[in-house]
Design a protein around this ligand. Structure first.
Ligand code: HEM
Length: 484
């Protein structure tokens, strides 16, 4: 007899009658809005050609200008800004970047910007334990680019994380920051040029030694499919996957606003920004689920990247997280099937208790912020101020070129044969003296308090019932017992 359910491979099921599909433990209702295999392949074959052409023209101008003071690297963004009038294509590119598409609603984008600061701790956990560990590593095309550029190699990881975070803080700081001319706007253009440099370098190496990067299999580096996936992991994972798993359920309004912000980012960064992917939350959810369905296929490179990532984060200040805690967090957020495929360890129960405590804290804060709007305003303002001071001013100062390297420039330029290895990159744990883990202690305490409170409430409820029974004979009302 025909079975309506098909097991596609180890991790996915599809039910042909109900159109329910399950992948890596995530169940989705497949609709015509979800992407077809053909659409996915078309996206994989395309890339940001406008950005690539602009980069070549900027490079030609930079070569004419020669090296900067003390031989510093040319700042591609500054060349574009200052010399765009010398080239019609660059002038049009600049105009395109500063034009505001008709679908942009600044009030909505401003609301969307608050989402990052509002749920800051949950957002950090999402990026670390789901976006980096699962989406970045388990997507073969992205993993291949990332491993070629060494950007997730253990020794470069901290810089990379700080830069990505700095960019996030810049694009969400306030409305002015993301509007044309704002710091987040300029940084996003810088990142677009950086992606074009990554693609250009990898394709150059492929040309001189065919086989270096399999374009037929993965598509061009940083292609449109990778970019759509990256936009979903930045904006949609929070709404329908990671935050609900932490006990936070963003409202439809929050989802629509945050996704609107990222549709505009897609426009600036040269990713597909067509309404069919992002116009409303139904479409965005279908786009996100299509990425889960087609794109998460962990391989050996994924294992190396995922393991390197958590090895490096282990015991890093200020959180000093243990390996066990991070493995528990990854398993909670991504499921055992995925984490087994990534070769992550199985931690002890107390690590899950600590992550449960983390979830109790972030979910309680979210609940309190929803109940008290003034608390929400305070949290958003305080987080923005603290982060802006900590990251953009004191650590990297991204508006100011440092050591001759402009912000968001290509740091880990790949060469033939360069691909990271798992063991070669091991951080030296012996040099790490810190063993007290303040965050985990607080999380475990939150779990214990919540567990004791629940136990206390349960015992209290039973005692009240017993008391009511003794006083009024409640059980005899319910069960119709005999009266004496
Ligand atoms: C479309 C959404 C994307 C956004 C918003 C984004 C954001 C960023 C940011 C902020 C940086 C600078 C921080 C850093 O150096 O790590 C960066 C760098 C980088 N991105 Fe992306 N990214 C996106 C898509 C992608 C995709 C799809 C890939 C690969 C397939 C990719 C590969 C890289 C690489 C390799 C670098 C580091 C280059 C280097 O400095 O060595 N990005 N990205």
């Amino acid at each position: 007899m025909f079975s309506p359910t098909t097991r596609m491979n180890d991790s996915s099921y599809s039910d042909h009658q109900t159109n329910l599909r399950t992948k890596w433990g995530y169940t989705m209702q497949w609709t015509p809005q979800h992407l077809s295999q053909d659409e996915v392949e078309n996206l994989r074959a395309q890339f940001d050609e406008r950005g690539a052409e602009a980069l070549q023209r900027i490079q030609a101008i930079a070569a004419r200008l020669g090296p900067g003071e003390e031989g510093s690297k040319p700042d591609m963004f500054a060349v574009l800004r200052d010399h765009r009038e010398e080239d019609d294509f660059l002038a049009a590119f600049w105009e395109h970047l500063h034009a505001v598409p008709g679908w942009v609603d600044w009030e909505q984008i401003e609301r969307g910007q608050r989402f990052f600061a509002r749920y800051f701790m949950a957002n950090c956990s999402l990026f670390a334990f789901q976006a980096f560990v699962r989406d970045n590593t388990a997507t073969p095309g992205v993993a291949e680019v990332v491993s070629r550029t060494g950007g997730l190699a253990v020794k470069h990881l901290l810089t990379r994380l700080i830069e990505t975070f700095t960019w996030f803080i810049q694009i969400t700081h306030d409305l002015q920051a993301i509007q044309p001319g704002g710091q987040g706007h300029s940084s996003t253009i810088r990142v677009r040029l950086l992606h074009s440099s990554v693609r250009q370098r990898i394709l150059e190496l492929e040309k001189t030694r065919p086989g270096y990067f399999n374009v037929e299999k993965y598509g061009p580096p940083v292609n449109d499919l990778d970019a759509v996936h990256a936009i979903t992991l930045f904006s949609c994972n929070a709404m329908w996957d990671a935050m609900p798993k932490m006990g936070i359920h963003p409202t439809d309004q929050e989802a629509a606003d945050f996704i609107a912000l990222f549709r505009y980012i897609a426009y600036l960064i040269g990713a597909p920004n067509d309404g069919k992917y992002w116009a409303d939350i139904t479409k965005a959810k279908a786009t996100f689920e299509s990425m889960v369905w087609y794109e998460l296929v962990p391989n050996e490179t994924s294992k190396i990247l995922a393991q390197n990532f958590i090895k490096w984060i282990e015991d890093q200040p200020p959180a000093y997280l243990s390996m066990g805690f991070m493995e528990a967090a990854c398993r909670w957020m991504n499921g055992n099937e995925m984490c087994d495929a990534l070769g992550l360890g199985r931690p002890a129960l107390h690590h899950y208790a600590a992550f449960a405590g983390h979830n109790i804290i972030v979910a309680s804060m979210a609940w309190a912020q929803r109940l008290f709007p003034s608390l929400d305003r305070f949290v958003v303002a305080y987080t923005r101020k603290t982060l802006h001071n900590a990251l953009t001013q004191h650590v990297t100062g991204p508006t100011v070129p440092t050591n001759g390297t402009p912000p968001y420039s290509f740091k880990y330029v790949p060469n033939h044969g360069q691909k990271m290895e798992v063991d070669a990159q091991k951080p030296n744990l012996a040099t790490r003296k810190q063993r007290f883990r303040p965050f985990e202690c607080v999380f475990t305490a939150a779990f214990l308090v919540a567990a004791l409170l629940s136990l206390g409430l349960a015992v209290g409820a039973v005692r009240i019932l017993v008391l009511l029974n003794e006083t009024f004979g409640v059980t005899s009302w319910i069960y119709g017992g005999k009266e004496n």
